[in-house]
Write a protein that binds this ligand. Structure first.
Ligand code: GAP
Length: 574
């Protein structure tokens, strides 16, 4: 049986999940999880047990924990609980290690330098991973740059003038505390110097001081501080340093945004959870500049004001409450977020829903005052429900005038903006900084798509067709039809990422296609020779339609862009 234990250590309470088992005539107890100083909520206990379940190999321990899950479910509800538990059904998700194994096997992601034993915090994308990642970036860029008149893009350098990082505050403030457990030799990052318990043994850890997360490098032949430079820890700063040039050359007027996709590097103390916390990753960031007095004048707010989001406000967190549901309007009315900030949060929330993420797996979390980055006056994360808990996949800070003011001071350049309407000079205000980690989005999309279908006997990767790495599979029913099938494949591959498969039964080929998320498979059969038509099979429903070969490209395009319903795209077969 599993239960919560409170231990008082140096006058402070610490919470553990403990399990007792009868072995022979003895009852053996051990701590199976550690929750820190805050009493865990029922939901957190449930999530922890689920995590333990998916990690446990043996069916015996899985069954045991599931029984405990049911017990906790039937516990009397906490009267502070205003959660969405009804839609939050317990589900067993693939463990992060199993997801990493799946990604490696199928060619999505490999551990970097595996032949040398790997390199912690670095990953390489494989033949399917590069396609999926490029599709994710393409969708972000299309939605938030090409489809908007008030956002333009840039592509800046990874190494930039070292003074940039002094001005931005990263040299002095982009630090984590290092904690080490003398007993287990575990090294982890801490957010403050108030002490930490070892996640493994629960003992007190040693504070080893502060550590700057920026990777340093040397620019030029001689070593020494004059040539010391940094790999960028965020893409944002190159946007700030180019802000005036972009505004002038793109003839943008406030309010407007500048976007960038590119690599960022952080020397994370304890990289973990596969792609979730790595040392080299990609970001898609937008700095959205507004007039400093017009943070609450977003002309597009009405487009999203009634949209509902799940949110864990700072108040919910302080009161140890569950996340709640709110409309974007309420977020603004209750002064939790400014109009522009709420608008941008809604845009990304909507993007994830439209790209296939389940509503119950998504929530906003407001940062507590004590956890805000040095440049932010408010910040919200979009969190995804991973098997290792709710975690940030997107951050959006109100950076105010901090960065432009710092760069004005350090560079002695004038970055003011002449506001024609009021004939005054202002320093633009960053009301929202949507900062999207591409690799974390990649992981969230994979988790949401992953379905181990016991009935069909294979995995189905239900990725949105726009994101799917391969859009169409082409199969000859039998090898005799290879010439005709190859002709169709050669034509399709000019427009779509296509895959040709002739080996094994058609059923096996469908299963292989399902496992890598190919949304549509085209089969050429003997009928095709007579009536110039082929069968398209839908990955998610296995339904099939018959279409004319001459319409095939057009129909596939519409299906991928979800412009038509599958069943109505051709003659539905029984
Ligand atoms: N410019 C603001 C900024 O960089 P952040 O919250 O530190 O804010 C933004 O990072 C996003 O970058 C995160 O939401 C996450 O998606 C991604 N990210 C940050 N650190 C990461 C890491 N070590 N590995 C993978 N992605 C990371």
């Amino acid at each position: 049986m599993a239960y919560i234990v409170k231990k008082i250590i140096s006058g402070m309470p610490y919470y553990y999940l403990r399990e007792s088992k009868r072995i022979g005539d003895k009852v053996v107890s051990k701590n199976i999880a550690y929750f820190g100083k805050k009493k865990p909520l029922k939901r957190e206990i449930k999530e922890k047990l689920q995590e333990i379940n998916v990690r446990a190999d043996a069916g015996k321990s899985r069954l045991h924990n599931l029984i405990q899950l049911k017990k906790i479910d039937s516990m009397k509800p906490d009267n502070k609980d205003k959660s969405f538990k009804s839609i939050d059904k317990p589900e067993i998700m693939l463990s992060i290690n199993d997801m990493a194994a799946f990604c490696k096997k199928k060619g999505f992601v490999y551990p970097n330098s595996e032949i040398y034993g790997g390199y912690a915090g670095f990953f390489d994308y494989g033949h399917l991973g590069v396609e999926l990642k490029n599709n994710i970036k393409k969708e972000f860029w299309s939605t938030f740059v090409h489809q908007r008149e008030d956002v333009v893009g840039i592509d800046g350098t990874i190494i930039t003038h070292p003074k940039v990082w002094k001005a931005s505050g990263h040299v002095d403030s982009f630090t984590d505390y290092i904690y080490k457990c003398d007993k287990c030799k575990v090294v982890v990052k801490g957010d403050n110097d108030k002490g930490m318990k070892c996640p493994k043994c629960g003992g007190e850890m040693q504070n080893e001081g502060r550590f700057n997360l920026m990777f340093t490098t040397q620019v030029g032949p001689t070593k020494g501080d004059e040539n010391k430079s940094y790999l960028r820890p965020e893409t944002a700063q190159v946007i700030f340093t180019n802000y005036k040039l972009v505004q002038d050359s793109a003839r943008q007027k406030l309010p407007f945004g500048i976007a960038q996709i590119g690599k960022a590097f952080r020397n994370e103390i304890s990289p973990r959870d596969f792609l979730f916390r790595s040392r080299e990753f990609e970001q898609f960031e937008i700095e959205f500049f507004v007039h400093p007095n017009k943070v609450n004048e977003c002309p597009y707010l009405s487009e999203v004001e009634n949209m509902k989001v799940q949110i864990l406000t700072s108040q919910n967190q302080e009161n140890n409450e569950e996340y709640i549901e709110m409309t974007i309007n309420e977020l603004v009315d209750k002064k939790i977020a400014s109009q522009w900030h709420a608008y941008w949060l809604a845009q990304y929330y909507k993007f994830f829903l439209a790209s296939g993420i389940q509503a119950s797996h998504l929530r906003l979390r407001e940062h507590l005052k004590g956890e805000l980055a040095h440049y932010a006056s408010a910040c919200f994360d979009i969190e995804y429900k991973f098997p290792f808990g709710w975690k940030e996949i997107h951050g959006d800070a109100d950076r105010g005038q901090f960065d432009l003011k710092q760069h004005m001071e350090f560079s002695k350049s004038n970055l003011e903006y002449y506001y024609e309407e009021s004939k005054e000079k202002v320093i633009p205000y960053v009301a929202a900084e949507p900062s999207q980690g591409i690799d974390r989005a990649f992981l969230a999309f994979l988790y949401d798509a992953y379905n181990d279908d016991k009935e069909r006997g294979n995995i189905i990767l239900k990725l949105h067709p726009k994101l799917a790495p391969i859009k169409v599979g082409v199969f000859p029913l039998v090898n005799k039809l290879e010439k005709e099938a190859k002709e169709i494949f050669n034509d399709l591959k000019k427009e779509f990422v296509a895959f040709y498969d002739r080996s094994g039964s058609v059923g096996r080929r469908y299963a292989r296609a399902d496992e890598i998320g190919i949304p549509f498979c085209v089969t050429v059969d003997f009928e095709s020779l007579k009536d110039e038509s082929v069968t398209i099979r839908d990955r998610d429903t296995t339904k099939q339609i018959r279409v004319e070969i001459e319409d095939l490209k057009d129909i596939l395009n519409k299906l991928i862009n979800t412009e038509i319903v599958f069943e109505k795209a051709g003659k539905l077969l029984k």
